[in-house]
Each structure stands twice: as C-alpha cells, then as structure tokens.
Design a protein around this ligand. Structure first.
Ligand code: AMP
Ligand code: MN
Ligand code: MN
Ligand code: MN
Length: 305
C-alpha cells in the first residue's frame, strides 16, 4: 500500500509490545474491532490502539474484547487534517470518546466524507465507471465511505490490479476521482484530541511529500498548537527514515510513537504488531498514560511536551 517499505522489502519478524495505530471496519480496515483485538493478542501485542479515521465508533467493542482477553486497549482516533494544502493525519491516543467537542469535530469530518464520496462517484461516472458510490458504500458496510472503499470497488470491477494501482490510476491527487480534502485545521485537530484528554501524534510523517523545510515547519506548528508526539516507527518508514524522525522528535522535544497502520490482511504492506522497536534515545509516548496511572487525577492533562 505504501510507497516506502524497508529497503530489503521485509517486515520485522518480531512483534512489538505496542501497536498504536490500527484500523477496523468502522473506517477502512477489514476486521471487526473484536477480531482485531483477538489477532493482536495472538500475535503478542500487549498494548493496542484502535485509531479509525475520523471515528471512535469501534472503540466500545474493542475495549470489551480487550478486557475479556487481558490486552490493554488505548482508545484512539486518526483525525484527517489539512495543512498548507496538504492532507496530514493526526493520531489521538488515550482519548475520551465521550468528549462532545471531539465528537462534534469528527461528525463534521464525516459529513465532508459523505459529500466527497458523492463527488468521487460523479467523477468516476464521467470516466464511464458506473455505480461506484453504491459499490463503495456497500463495501463500507453502512459506515463512512473512504477512498479505500472506492479502491476496493475498482479492483473488484477489474479497473485496477490492486489497491495501490487503483489509487495511482483514479484516486491519488491529480487523478480523475481525486477531490481535495476540506479537513480540520491542524490546530483544531490537536485541540479536539487534547480537549478529550488525549495525546496528539503526527501520523506516518515520512509519507507526506514535504521538503525538509516544510516538514520542519509542520512539526514546529504542531508543537506550538499543543502536539505531543511523532510516529517515529511505522510501516511506511524504512530504517533511515525512522532514524531521521527519531532525531527530529528529540530536536523538537516531542515524544515518539510506534504503530503499524494495519488495515487487514491483503491491504498492503503493514502487518499488525510487526514493527521495529523505537530507536535508542527516543522518549516513548506511552509514558504519558502509563505515568498517569501513578499520579493524582488532578495532574491529568499535564502532558509532558
Ligand atoms: P481517505 O482518508 O478517504 O482520503 O483515504 C485515505 C486512506 O487511503 C489511507 O488511510 C490509506 O488507508 C489509503 N491509501 C492512501 N494512499 C494509498 C495507496 N497509494 N495505496 C493504498 N491505499 C492508500
Ligand atoms: Mn486508511
Ligand atoms: Mn493515515
Ligand atoms: Mn491510519
């Protein structure tokens, strides 16, 4: 799915104790949250975050399954944001899903998703691909329609060989079915997450096509508006990129996160729990909530930045 696998093309074979970025069928993942939790447990993941795109709907089922099998579930979300004409994803970890402003914000993003899905359908129709909206909606099981669902439909209909091919032909920026995102502002995304008691993390920073200067501006702005961590380890990063973001995290005083961005079997290169360890010298993001368990409730919200 992602352009930059490790140079060897191999996944780490060891399972990480923490996998803090995964998807279920409440967004564009393939598995029900309970199946995801069961697979994580089987793999040896001990602390799992479910971080569906712009939705916390799967968290209750995931928490229930996690309690039953003794796995720690970190309630999360992956918020779509727009920054300088570019879509960036901000993962929120340890969020209180009942927080009204967070839900209001996510509701607005899902409303945009619905409008965008209709527009993608119209554009594909013009390109002589019939019934794409209905097909994508069917694959979304009544949930929010993402570009991944359109990609699955296009593969199903034989318009593309695989998901990456469908993105390349139809859905990536500049292609027929691409509709520019009108997502949350960076500061809004961070504020919703922090307001819900969570920790904001820049997701898969190596995937953004930003030059070095712009990348540093993104990180600086993210930090200024209350962001706490960078996903240093993820499936999209090869070892060099991982080291680069470990250095940037240290330089900007940000914590380091680690997540596979697992979407399901056959959904690309990411695999649940199969991610590299954090490089030496990184301050892990989980110290925030693991530390909270030992401090007085009044200290909650004082996240180290
Ligand atoms: P959306 O948030 O609806 O715009 O869809 C973005 C999602 O599409 C990402 O979270 C990925 O799961 C998926 N995606 C993006 N680019 C690609 C690609 N080149 N190949 C496969 N999946 C992709
Ligand atoms: Mn996705
Ligand atoms: Mn993402
Ligand atoms: Mn993701």
């Amino acid at each position: 799915m992602l352009p930059c696998a490790t140079p060897t093309g191999r996944r780490p074979t060891m399972t990480s104790r923490y996998d803090l970025h995964t998807h279920s069928l409440y967004s564009d993942g393939a598995a029900h949250p309970a199946e995801l939790v069961a697979l994580a447990r089987e793999r040896g993941v001990q602390v799992l975050a479910l971080t569906d795109h712009d939705s916390t709907e799967g968290l209750a089922a995931a928490a229930c399954a996690a309690t039953a099998c003794g796995l720690t579930l970190v309630p999360g979300v992956e918020v779509s944001a727009s920054w300088q004409n570019q879509t960036v994803h901000i993962v929120g970890l340890d969020v209180d899903a009942a927080h009204a402003p967070l839900q209001q914000g996510l509701g607005g993003l899902r409303a945009f998703r619905n409008r965008r899905a209709e527009e993608i359908g119209r554009r594909l129709e013009k390109a002589r691909i019939a019934d794409a909206l209905a097909g994508a909606a069917r694959l979304a099981h009544g949930g929010c329609v993402t570009r991944t669902h359109f990609a699955r439909f296009l593969v199903e209909r034989g318009h593309a060989r695989n998901l990456a091919h469908a993105f390349r032909l139809f859905l990536a920026r500049g292609r027929t079915g691409y509709v520019p995102g009108q997502w949350a502002a960076l500061a809004e995304a961070v504020a919703w997450i922090r307001g819900a008691g969570g920790v904001a993390v820049i997701a898969h920073p190596g995937r953004y096509r930003l030059g070095a200067g712009k990348l540093r501006r993104l990180i600086a702005e993210f930090r200024e508006c209350g962001g706490t961590a960078i996903e240093v380890v993820c499936s999209a990063h090869n070892p060099d990129v991982t080291r680069q973001f470990a250095r940037l995290a240290r330089e900007f005083g940000l914590l380091a996160s680690a997540g596979s961005d697992y979407h399901g079997p056959g959904c690309g290169w990411a695999d649940l729990g199969r991610i590299a360890p954090l490089p030496e010298g990184c301050a892990p993001v989980w110290q925030v909530w693991e530390g909270r368990q030992m401090v007085a409730p009044a200290a909650r919200g004082l996240t180290p930045v």
